[in-house]
Design a protein around this ligand. Structure first.
Ligand code: SF4
Ligand code: SF4
Ligand code: F3S
Length: 399
């Protein structure tokens, strides 16, 4: 990024300094898989005084998806998001209530036909005409169906809005579905699943829409490929322990305390697509994601896994992992993938290898670090930009 590029940008974006703002742009650019030169284009789009109106509808939800956007710490993602968009209607955040806020929504939709972004948070009950979630006297189902045709783009934030999430768990008494299913094939919903999803994935999607005026490349489940193209298992810092057959067998056992693989505790990383190991959560440094803290991934962002598969069930290892060769998926052939199945070795070293045998902790840590660097290079490199200043204590790979 050249000095003349920086001079074109304002010194502050609301409460966010230009310096912090550019760091966020670098993270977003890397996670979108774009060259760093695109960061300037993104920055300029954000600096534009025209903020897209957003109508945020909340259905069957816990507000965790909103919270994840507001509780980020450094840099201030929430300030950026709130400066980036004009949040014209949000039931939790609006100061007004009742008739006033419903009227404000009606006016905003009317004035911004075809220009606003519709964000759906939460599942949508369809049973009995949708009476199990009423807002302002109307079923959420009707609200989504009457608002979607007037929107420029539709985002389903969180697993509830993407495919039903918790409210749709068996026996699904309210007939809860995601926004795409409620709206049907005439609409294309950009799904950002996760419970809650990473705020950077929402921010990146909005920035992509603003900068390039089109929907990002989506997979068969409507998820942006830039965020959901890889399995958790591919970028996991514990992957080298999986490959070496070193598993935690109980919470708190020696393997768990030493940071070994959580597969046998029910980790669903091998069948869940998301970029958690690369982006992390809360901007607080290394290991700030479920598996990093010792908790198996339960597949919160994967339809048919999260809230469906038993927590303790062992994940399927039948997915492909990229290794530089073409491979086939349900959507056809993909280039850049590999035909390697995630099959663990036929035999494992003992869970407690005798002193002086087996790979050393340092070797495993280094291998894990290299694998992670190769798989999530862009995003990880960008996150490091932010860490250099804060001197975050990063001891990833230590045992
Ligand atoms: Fe809450 Fe999770 Fe649903 Fe978001 S996806 S509203 S965090 S239950
Ligand atoms: Fe990481 Fe889970 Fe895969 Fe083990 S099974 S390497 S803990 S994602
Ligand atoms: Fe969810 Fe697994 Fe990431 S539980 S937050 S997809 S590590």
């Amino acid at each position: 990024m050249q000095d003349k590029d920086l001079e074109r940008l304002p010194e502050h974006f609301g409460m966010v300094s230009r310096r912090d703002f550019l760091k966020v742009c670098a993270v977003v650019t890397a996670s979108l898989g774009l060259p760093m030169a695109a960061a300037v284009k993104i920055a300029e789009a954000v600096a534009s005084p025209q903020r897209p109106p957003v109508i945020w509808l909340s259905g069957q939800e816990c507000t965790g998806c909103t919270e994840t956007l507001l509780r980020a710490t450094h840099p201030t993602v929430e300030s950026l998001i709130l400066n980036l968009i004009s949040l014209d209607y949000h039931e939790t955040l609006s100061a007004a209530a009742g008739y006033q806020v419903e009227e404000a929504k009606r006016k905003s939709i009317e004035a911004n036909r075809g220009k606003f972004i519709l964000v759906v948070e939460g599942a949508i009950p369809t049973k009995d005409g949708g009476v199990y979630c009423m807002i302002g006297g109307k079923p959420m189902l009707d609200l989504v169906r009457e608002t979607a045709p007037l929107a420029a783009a539709i985002i389903g934030i969180g697993s509830c809005a993407s495919w039903g999430g918790i409210p749709s768990a068996a026996p699904n008494p309210t007939g809860a579905v995601g926004a795409q299913e409620a709206l049907g094939d005439k609409f294309k919903v950009i799904n950002i699943p996760g419970c809650p999803p990473n705020p950077y994935n929402f921010l990146s999607t909005v920035l992509y829409l603003l900068t390039f005026k089109k929907v990002p490349d989506l997979d068969a489940q409507g998820r942006p490929r830039f965020a959901y193209r890889r399995l958790i298992h591919e970028g996991c810092e514990r992957r080298a322990h999986f490959d070496a057959g070193r598993f935690a067998l109980e919470f708190g056992d020696e393997g768990h305390r030493r940071g070994w693989c959580l597969y046998k505790l029910g980790c669903k990383g091998p069948e869940t697509f998301n970029n958690c190991p690369a982006l992390l959560f809360g901007d607080v440094g290394a290991r700030s994601w479920p598996v990093g803290t010792g908790c198996p991934c339960f597949g919160c962002s994967e339809k048919g896994v999260g809230f469906t598969a038993p927590i303790v069930a062992q994940a399927s290892l039948e997915r492909f992992t990229p290794a530089g060769m073409p491979y086939k998926t349900g959507e056809g052939q993909r280039v850049g993938g590999g035909a390697l199945r995630l099959t663990p070795p036929a035999s494992y070293p003992p869970i407690t290898p005798p002193e002086g045998h087996g790979p050393s902790a340092a070797t495993v840590g280094l291998a894990a670090g290299l694998a992670g660097a190769a798989l999530g290079a862009g995003a990880v490199a960008a996150m490091k930009i932010g860490r250099q200043e804060g001197k975050t204590d990063d001891k990833a790979g230590e045992d």
